[in-house]
Design a protein around this ligand. Structure first.
Ligand SMILES: Nc1ncnc2c1ncn2[C@@H]1O[C@H](COP(=O)(O)OP(=O)(O)O)[C@@H](O)[C@H]1O
Ligand SMILES: CC(=O)OP(=O)(O)O
Ligand SMILES: [Mg+2]
Length: 410
């Protein structure tokens, strides 16, 4: 080992997957990237790509991985077999995506028992995510108890929202007692993508107003004014807002009382219905946009209606955030669907010419991993595709925190 450690392992533990990256913050190089998916099913898959020294072949392993702890141990084995295992003295920190940080966590935080307890307390408001994040943290702690484990919260970027956007119009005393307010999620992605968009436009983040559309399995929109979030579509939990892979997004809250009173469903059953059996999967049986587009192209009416509902909601948020921002410099698509699904981008922007928005069909059809503008030259507002990189942003924030605490301890 030479000098101080500069590597950061980032774990992005989702409800049924773990995405990970090992980065060297001395030069910003990635040493490995990978994904474990379908955790808890018979058909789990681990895909690991070594990238150091010119890189190596992607390795895939198929077979059941029962839980997140087993997934992380499998990741640790892959890294060890490349000579960059978790026991490496060059590791400076392990950075964890934590979805819900509540009101308390507005910045990256070194995890101790008290922080763990607070993340645990927030499980009811991020039931699909915080438990997976906790397992990732606890497993990483057991593998490297000596190393700083840093939590980077999805909610942190949204803490700049004004009260007018963050508060629900409900009884204030009840809201305050139970900390019911809009927190927003995917903040690490919204922060990264809005900054990268400013770069793409050749401007400073303070100069630009951007609508960011993060369309993955979970999906959210945000209005970012001069680098600060002023509104976002997810709320107390990641259920509010856009139509998602398996989540309904916005819904009249009376639907839940109705399901309880008339259909006799329990709170847990309604929770599962809205979080896991709704959205695209509830509408047409598929949550993968590739499959839905294939079905639409074959003339399948259920898939076509699901697509139309998804686009209708997206358009409503573009219009709403246009009004919230007053002046918009760019509308940006990101995450799995936003980066790859040209038909979604085309349909979401169609008909918005009066707002200065248009998509150039040829530019939209280009497949690329680069940030790019897809609007025609004449359009007043840029429409862009900017790949997100939550893992890089988590690594940067984790490393910066570890460095600053090291220097303040000197
Ligand atoms: N080529 C593609 N065309 C359309 N949709 C795609 C494509 N590639 C990925 N997707 C969509 O991206 C989604 C996953 O996005 P991602 O941002 O990785 O989600 P998450 O982080 O929530 O798991 C998939 O469900 C799929 O619908
Ligand atoms: C908060 C959230 O919805 O995250 P994901 O998109 O990873 O499910
Ligand atoms: Mg995601």
């Amino acid at each position: 080992m030479t000098g101080t450690p500069t590597r950061v392992l980032v774990l992005n533990s989702g409800s049924s997957s773990v995405k990970y990256q090992l980065l060297d913050m001395a030069d910003g190089n990635r040493l490995a990237v990978g994904l474990v998916e379908r955790i808890g099913e018979e058909t789990s898959r681990l895909a690991h790509t070594p990238l150091q020294g010119g890189g190596g072949e992607k390795r895939e392993k198929n077979g059941p991985i029962p839980d997140h702890a087993a997934a992380l141990k499998a990741v640790a084995e892959e890294l060890a077999s490349d000579g960059v295992g978790l026991d490496s003295p060059e590791l400076a920190a392990i950075g964890h995506r934590v979805v819900h940080g509540g009101l308390r966590f507005t910045a990256p935080t070194v995890i101790d028992d008290e922080v763990l307890a607070e993340i645990e307390r927030l499980v009811p408001v991020a039931p699909l995510h915080n438990p997976a994040n906790l397992t990732g943290i606890r497993t990483a702690m057991s593998l490297r108890p000596d190393l700083p484990q840093v939590a980077v919260f999805d909610t942190a970027f949204h803490t700049t929202m004004p009260e007018s956007a963050a508060r629900y119009a409900i009884d204030v005393a009840t809201a305050d007692e139970y900390r019911i307010r809009r927190y927003g999620f995917h903040g690490t992605s919204h922060a990264y993508v809005s900054r990268e968009t400013a770069k793409l436009l050749g401007k400073a983040p303070e100069e630009v107003n951007v609508i960011v559309l993060h369309l993955g399995n979970g999906a959210s929109a945000s209005a970012v004014a001069g680098g600060r979030c002023v509104d976002t579509s997810m709320g107390l939990t990641p259920l509010e807002g856009l139509v998602m892979g398996t989540r309904s997004g916005d819904i009249d809250p009376a639907v839940t009382f109705h399901l309880k009173r008339v259909a006799g469903m329990s709170a847990d059953e309604i929770d599962a219905l809205l979080n896991k059996k709704s959205g695209l999967v509830g509408l047409c049986g598929d949550n993968d946009m590739r499959e839905i587009r294939r079905r639409v192209d074959e003339g399948d009416p259920a898939a076509a209606l699901a697509f139309d509902i998804y686009i209708h909601r997206l358009k409503k948020y573009i219009g709403a955030y246009y009004a919230v921002l007053g002046r918009v410099d760019a509308v940006v698509f990101t995450a799995g669907v936003g980066e790859n699904a040209a038909p979604v981008r085309e349909a979401a922007i169609a008909g918005l010419e009066e707002l200065g928005l248009a998509v150039d069909a040829d530019l939209n059809a280009v497949r690329s991993d680069e940030a790019r503008i897809i609007s025609p030259d004449y359009a007043r507002v840029a429409v862009a595709v900017v790949p997100t990189d939550e893992e890089l942003e988590i690594a940067r924030q984790s490393f910066a925190l570890v460095q600053s605490s090291a220097s303040s301890n000197e």
